[in-house]
Design a protein around this ligand. Structure first.
Ligand code: GTP
Length: 337
């Protein structure tokens, strides 16, 4: 394949918000429980994750203790914030120092915009499992999200004004822009949803992959075809409309097959279940190779697609059997690798 595309991801947020925990669950096969053993990250912990062969993620897990953060904002600023593809900023919903947390976020986003105007920004408000019992309607989450968005908007406005005053123009694509905000917990599938969304945007040719999956779906008389990355089991792409499309805006085939009525969390639930099951298999010295099942009117297979990916094919046409899905997948495999 073509030369590896390197993408720098900054993982930032206050100490104890859960940055290293997330990274370990998603990329290093930790269970949520295993993360209790993690110590504070000292300075920046850099790691490389090869994702889908040609996509290499450089993950900079930046320890969140105040002394380190102050240093990122001063002496290390140009090193840390240059050439960033994505900033993932993690807040702790249970924090009792929201004003101070927000101020750090403000300073970090300002530094990011000065050095990497076009970086994507994801805000994960974490440890939702601890807040949900007291506040099931997630009022606090909505308030914090609004605060975060207000900070971003102010920074964007001020940059624009400053540039105009000095007679300069901010280059197109570097104006900054909307933040994507997710409520997460390392204890459930919400973590996979957030990280799938992040990685999804870094994959080149996502449009082309989607159209091939849609073609395969229709060829198999299937309802849905979904591709997962083998190691992390994060969703890479799906047939039909993009991930997270509102059920009212699905394509004709999706509407007819009833996809819109399915659980909207189904992809991240599969990620979590497969990773958990694979861990169990490892303990007993076995290897998980895939899945096939027929139930009600449905046939489902989950099988390796390429060296770095698994594919899920679901059909709810009662005439279609799993062997047919597997046969078609075999025929399609060369095409995808
Ligand atoms: P620094 O390295 O100091 O910047 O901290 P960090 O952000 O990397 O925090 P870390 O991942 O070390 O997590 C701190 C503690 O929070 C660990 O004991 C985790 O088990 C716990 N934790 C992380 N995420 C969650 C979560 O979603 N829910 C709950 N209940 N605990 C979490």
């Amino acid at each position: 394949s073509a030369a590896a595309r390197r993408s720098k991801l900054l993982l930032m947020g206050k100490s104890g918000s859960g940055k290293t925990s997330m990274r370990s669950v998603i990329f290093s096969n930790y269970s949520a429980k295993d993360t209790r053993r993690l110590g504070a990250t000292i300075d920046v912990d850099q790691s490389t994750v090869r994702f889908l062969g040609s996509l290499v993620l450089n993950l900079w897990d930046c320890g969140g203790q105040n002394a380190f953060v102050d240093n990122y904002l001063t002496a290390q600023q140009s090193t840390i914030f240059a050439n960033v593809a994505v900033l993932i900023y993690v807040f702790d919903i249970t924090s009792t120092e929201w004003e101070a947390d927000l101020k750090y976020f403000d300073e970090i986003l300002t530094a990011l915009r000065e050095n990497s105007g076009d970086a994507g920004v994801w805000v994960l408000i974490n440890k939702m499992d601890l807040a949900d019992k007291e506040d099931p309607a997630r009022k606090k989450y909505e308030e914090r999200k609004a605060d975060v968005i207000a900070v971003e908007e102010r920074i964007r406005r001020e940059r624009k004004e400053k540039a105009e005053k000095s007679g300069k123009k901010i280059p197109e694509g570097e104006e900054g822009g909307s933040i994507r905000c997710f409520a997460t917990s390392i204890w459930d599938e919400s973590l996979y949803k957030a990280w799938s969304s992040i990685v999804h945007t870094l994959i080149p040719n996502i449009g082309l992959i989607t159209s091939h999956l849609t073609f395969l779906r229709d060829l198999c008389l299937a309802a849905e075809v979904v591709v997962f990355e083998t190691e992390t089991f994060l969703v890479i792409a799906k047939s039909g409309t993009p991930l997270d499309t509102d059920p009212s805006e699905l394509d004709v085939a999706e509407t007819e097959s009833g996809i819109g009525k399915l659980d909207r969390q189904r992809f991240e639930k599969i990620s979590e279940i497969v990773k958990g099951f694979r861990k169990t298999c490892q303990r007993t010295g076995e290897q998980w190779l895939g899945f096939e099942s027929t139930f009600d009117q449905c046939s489902v297979i989950v099988e390796p697609m390429t060296r770095n990916s698994f594919v899920l094919v679901v059909s709810n046409d009662s005439r279609i059997e799993t062997a047919m899905l597997q046969y078609n997948l075999n025929m399609a495999r060369n095409h995808f690798s």
